[in-house]
Write a protein that binds this ligand. Structure first.
Ligand SMILES: C[S@@+](CC[C@H](N)C(=O)[O-])C[C@H]1O[C@@H](n2cnc3c(N)ncnc32)[C@H](O)[C@@H]1O
Length: 299
């Protein structure tokens, strides 16, 4: 087991019982996942983990098939078993598939960078090369709806916790972010919907966060962003700008919307979360061919 999988699975074990406190967050996530659902469509959820932010029986009723993807297969199995432990019908359960995979393709290299610090420069160069390609998982799949649920912050966290001191850190964070946007776009059918939900700051650095009423969240978040108080690489304004200007992502999109921020109560801490929703045109080319990431210095 590499260091990234080990760290993520520890994190998932610690947060496995977070179902109750995630209720309001789950309601917001589910509203986005169900908005455009239909029994003829397939949904893909990236970063499903413990599945504490999705209601699997409801998704099984709303979609023809639900594909959950995560590095941590055990967390997904636990999440699925927990939600289908009652008298759920086998037809519903059969609609849920799990795919275990690394959604960056760099987890093994990040792990090596910690184990072989003397080789870190060459490993970082290999990471930069790898991020110019999509991950291997789901290469040939396309979905009607593709959702990334609080995964991007963990993809970036894996980078900062392993090569956080390296001079190329910011450039690699930007490349991870761009690869993830391209992956979402790549997995969408023409006429499909993409959803990116991401946490971008926590109550560890924003202690007022749990006490902010929902109608004051946009104003509070603006203040945090002005104070540069957000996770590296996850400023929602920069994400929105990248979605509008990165041609590999934006070509073929007919609509891009963002939500007001909300709070994810994680138990030991709270996160501010925002969502983006985008649709591809029906006549959009089915695939965006991989191109080297373009660098953007505004992290
Ligand atoms: C914060 S959790 C998302 C919350 C989750 N949907 C839930 O409700 O429990 C982030 C997830 O990203 C997964 N993850 C982290 N790095 C990954 C990678 N490189 N590839 C695929 N999944 C990854 C973790 O295993 C974890 O399950």
């Amino acid at each position: 087991m590499n260091r990234i999988l080990h760290s993520q699975s520890q994190h998932n074990l610690q947060s496995r019982d977070g179902w109750d406190c995630a209720r309001e967050h789950r309601r917001r996530v589910m509203a986005m996942l169900l908005d455009n659902a239909s029994p003829s469509k397939r949904l893909c959820v990236l970063g499903a983990g413990n599945c504490n932010d999705i209601e699997l029986p409801e998704l099984a009723d709303a979609y023809r098939e639900v594909v959950l993807v995560d590095l941590d297969g055990d967390a997904m199995l636990r999440g699925v078993e927990k939600q289908f432990s009652g008298a759920s019908s086998p037809q519903r359960t059969a609609k849920i598939k799990t795919v275990v995979g690394d959604l960056t393709g760099i987890s093994e290299l990040l792990s090596q960078a910690v184990d072989a610090p003397q080789d870190v420069d060459s490993i970082v160069a290999a990471i930069e090369d790898r991020l110019q390609q999509p991950p291997d998982a789901l290469r040939t799949e396309r979905f009607d709806t593709v959702a990334s649920v609080c995964l991007l912050s963990q993809l970036v966290h894996s980078v900062t916790e392993t090569i956080g001191a390296h001079a190329q850190l910011l450039s690699i964070v930007q490349a991870v972010r761009q690869q993830h946007l391209h992956l979402l776009r790549h997995l969408m059918q023409p006429g499909g919907r993409g959803i990116l939900i991401t946490d971008f700051v926590s109550s560890l650095t924003a202690p007022q966060l749990p006490h902010v009423p929902s109608d004051q969240m946009p104003q509070y978040v603006r203040q945090l962003l002005n104070q540069q108080n957000f996770f590296t690489g996850l400023n929602p304004a920069v994400l929105a700008h990248q979605m509008q200007t990165d041609s590999q992502f934006a070509d073929g999109l007919q609509r891009l919307q963002s939500t007001s921020p909300w709070i994810w109560d994680f138990g030991p801490r709270q996160y501010a979360v925002c969502g983006f929703q985008f649709d591809t045109r029906r006549d959009a080319p089915p695939d965006a061919s991989p191109q080297p990431p373009q660098r953007n210095n505004d992290v």
